[in-house]
Design a protein around this ligand. Structure first.
Ligand SMILES: Cc1cc2nc3c(=O)[nH]c(=O)nc-3n(C[C@H](O)[C@H](O)[C@H](O)COP(=O)(O)OP(=O)(O)OC[C@H]3O[C@@H](n4cnc5c(N)ncnc54)[C@H](O)[C@@H]3O)c2cc1C
Length: 429
């Protein structure tokens, strides 16, 4: 048996680990780790989930302390909801999911678009999206920016923002047409209590160790030893669900190193930037229905997507993403909030500035065990997802949103991938 150091010996007191050796160790208690652990538990396999941070959920997390109402700091839309296990689980667990409002309002510097402008905008959007999908369908794996048709000049920047940063967390130059085309986001739902609350609830009873970053993974032929600051754990199989940026940045030391193919795949699937700027506007000063999606027509790349009155509350989410989002993230949360308020003032008039009460901006790229938002394949790298999903010597699996061929960048994709990997692991034992 491999050397097992005392598990909680060095750190703060915590319940003793029932077993120091498990069938399967899982790094990360995000959506993929949770779904995998649920499957393994149901298969009566011994499992331990090691989570670096002090909470469950990873990139899906509902906060209720900042605004007194559920605030999804990460994922909020239940994407590709039809046929998604998570939607069924939400219903079974009393979360009462409801369909997202898809009736977008388009604001143009202080006024709503006219019917003619709405039609022009729709035509530009359809033309751009069709061109990207046509390229992907024909197997071309090039930059989205390179296949956009000429024309539609007045709407180019706004539509580019929506299809690029707002949808994929990257600018159009950095997005693969093939990856874009494979993405299968059909319909969206919400849960009032927050997506993070749903996912965290589904982790109830699982053997999750919080505050336990895995520092190193040492592999011998018959077992794998995980080293943490609080001791080591031995496992027959390992599932790694840490984000592509965590892995590509070498936050976990693997010995032997990850195969070259996997390392290259990680480089092709780096996370883009996507952050919420949450603004509280009491009294519905803009007169929106609940969960109203709003596009702001802008020249240039400084734009944000808006979701008004989340679940009927006073909370608005202004989302900053891609290159501009990364700039704001570097400048800090205050800069993001100031930029969001400026955009609102441009769209709805200066009076709105005084109506903003509390505010908050996320900085997912600065979170040490996340390091970005979600993966979008670089041009030419759409097939990296398949490579990343391949087991390493039937001992280590990497799974999460980044290995999902058609639901990458989503909680649902991570959930499906966690279970898929767990199923393969059970078959290998
Ligand atoms: C702002 C934002 C908005 C989003 N909006 C949506 C949306 O509306 N709908 C949607 O479906 N998706 C959305 N996404 C994407 C979605 O959140 C992710 O695709 C999904 O949650 C990823 O799940 P995962 O399990 O693959 O990874 P993660 O959630 O990243 O889970 C991995 C876990 O591993 C842990 N970890 C990392 N390193 C270590 C280590 N060394 N040791 C131990 N643990 C470690 C991390 O702390 C983390 O908890 C959004 C993401 C962001 C950031």
């Amino acid at each position: 048996m491999a050397t097992i150091l005392s598990w909680f010996g060095v750190a703060r007191p915590a319940p003793a680990l029932a077993r120091h050796e498990v069938d399967v160790a899982i790094i990360g208690a995000g959506a993929a780790g949770i779904s995998a652990a649920r499957f393994l538990r149901d298969q009566r396999r011994s499992v331990a989930v090691l989570e670096a941070s002090d909470r469950i959920g990873g990139r899906v997390h509902t906060d209720t302390s900042i605004f007194d109402v559920p605030y999804d700091m990460g994922a909020h839309w239940i994407h590709a909801a039809h046929g998604l296990t998570l939607l069924d689980l939400a219903r079974q667990n009393g979360f009462d999911p409801y369909p997202a409002n898809t009736d977008e309002t388009l604001m143009i510097h202080g006024r709503e678009a006219t019917p003619v402008e709405y039609r022009e905008f729709d035509r530009a959007y359809d033309a751009f999206e069709s061109a990207i999908k046509a390229a992907g369908r024909s197997g071309r794996d090039v930059a989205v920016a390179d296949v956009l048709p000429d024309g539609h000049a007045a709407w180019r920047d706004t539509v580019s923002f929506i299809l690029g940063p707002y949808a994929c967390a990257k600018d159009l130059e950095d997005i693969s047409t093939l990856d874009f085309w494979r993405s299968d986001e059909r319909s969206d739902f919400y849960v009032k209590a927050g997506y993070g609350a749903l996912v965290a609830g589904l982790a109830a009873g699982l053997p999750i160790r919080l505050n336990t970053p895995v520092l190193a993974v040492d592999r011998a032929s018959d077992r794998i030893v995980l080293t943490t600051e609080r001791g080591s754990l031995s496992a027959r199989r390992l599932l790694v669900t840490a984000s592509t940026n965590v892995l590509a940045d070498g936050i976990i030391r693997f010995s032997p190193e990850l195969p070259a193919g996997h390392a290259e795949a990680l480089a092709g699937l780096r996370l883009g930037t996507y952050n919420h700027v949450a603004l509280e506007l009491p009294g519905n000063p803009l007169g929106f229905e609940r969960d109203a999606p709003v596009y702001l027509h802008r020249e240039g790349r400084r734009n944000m997507g808006l979701l008004a009155r989340v679940a009927g509350s006073d909370l608005y989410l202004a989302d900053a993403a891609g290159g501009y989002g990364a700039e704001l993230e570097r400048e800090g949360p205050e800069a993001s909030v100031a930029a969001a308020v400026d955009l609102l003032a441009d769209a709805f008039g200066n009076d709105i500035r005084a109506r903003v009460k509390r505010s908050h901006a996320t900085t997912w790229g600065r979170s040490p065990y996340i390091r970005g938002a979600y993966s979008c394949a670089a041009p030419g790298r759409a097939d990296a997802r398949r490579t990343l999903a391949k087991p390493i010597d039937s001992q280590i699996w990497i799974a999460g949103e980044a290995t999902s061929p058609n639901l990458w960048g989503t909680v649902g994709g991570a959930w499906i991938e966690g279970e898929r990997a767990a199923r393969e692991i059970v078959a290998s034992l």
